[in-house]
Design a protein. Structure first.
Length: 241
């Protein structure tokens, strides 16, 4: 669920502020843990604010592997500002200025010495522009951003697209995002590589506020991960409140 990208401006099609809680059980190899996600989207006359926080519960330190406690926390917060005088598309400004901040930390266990370890995700500041694209009856929010990781000499780029589409009389929600960005290679910081990440989700609405479903996280060259393609399916619960 690290959205990365949050990640996730999947609530952009709501005309009113909205927030939700998601619980995902990750079936991915070497995962098998629960992630809790809190999301909030709020529009206003100047633009909109979005944030989410992921809490991974993948640590078994001190519990013999039977119970899991929180092992990582990751958050993204973004703000969009409408550009005055730009023609609207059915209530959405065509072009908006986008600024975003991503950060987080994690903890684990050093199996050799049986002690706790901790680390910080490298914070990233992003800035650029967003543009809504309508394909058929689906609205996609696309973003072209300058990506500025902490401690890096040169900025990178990031392209993001996000979708949110109810079908079957709003009984099914199709949502998700795609992130593509450049980053320094770990083995050779003078060279760049392209990272791909996507998290398509499907939700079956039991009530107007409660849904069950899940997602598939798709990664390639993700930081701290292998270079090959990876798939991480989840089973989830979603509550709008």
């Amino acid at each position: 669920m690290k959205t990365f990208t949050l990640t996730c401006l999947s609530l952009i099609s709501f005309s009113l502020s909205a927030q939700n809680l998601q619980l995902h059980y990750d079936f991915g190899r070497d995962r098998k843990f629960v992630t809790a996600t809190l999301e909030m989207f709020k529009p206003d006359t100047l633009g909109s604010t979005f944030w989410f926080v992921d809490f991974d519960h993948g640590s078994n330190f001190g519990y013999g592997g039977e119970l899991r406690s929180m092992s990582a926390a990751y958050w993204e917060i973004s703000r969009e500002f409408y550009i005055p005088g730009i023609k609207k598309i059915k209530g959405f400004e065509q072009i908006a200025f986008h600024i975003e901040y991503n950060d987080g930390f994690g903890a684990g266990r050093d199996t050799a010495s049986n002690v706790m370890t901790a680390y910080s995700f490298n914070s990233v500041l992003l800035a650029g522009f967003s543009y809504p694209i309508r394909i058929g009856n689906m609205l996609f929010s696309t973003m072209l951003l300058c990506r500025m990781p902490k401690g890096m000499d040169d900025p990178d780029f990031q392209f993001t697209t996000v979708w949110f589409h109810p079908v079957w009389n709003s009984r099914i929600l199709l949502t998700g995002f795609i992130d593509v960005w450049s980053q320094d290679k770990v083995a050779d910081p003078d060279e760049k590589e392209i990272v791909f990440q996507s998290e398509p989700q499907i939700w079956f609405m039991i009530t107007p506020r409660i849904a069950v479903g899940g997602e598939i996280e798709i990664d390639k060259n993700f930081p701290a991960g292998p270079a090959e393609w990876q798939l991480f399916p989840t089973l989830g619960f979603r509550w709008e409140f």
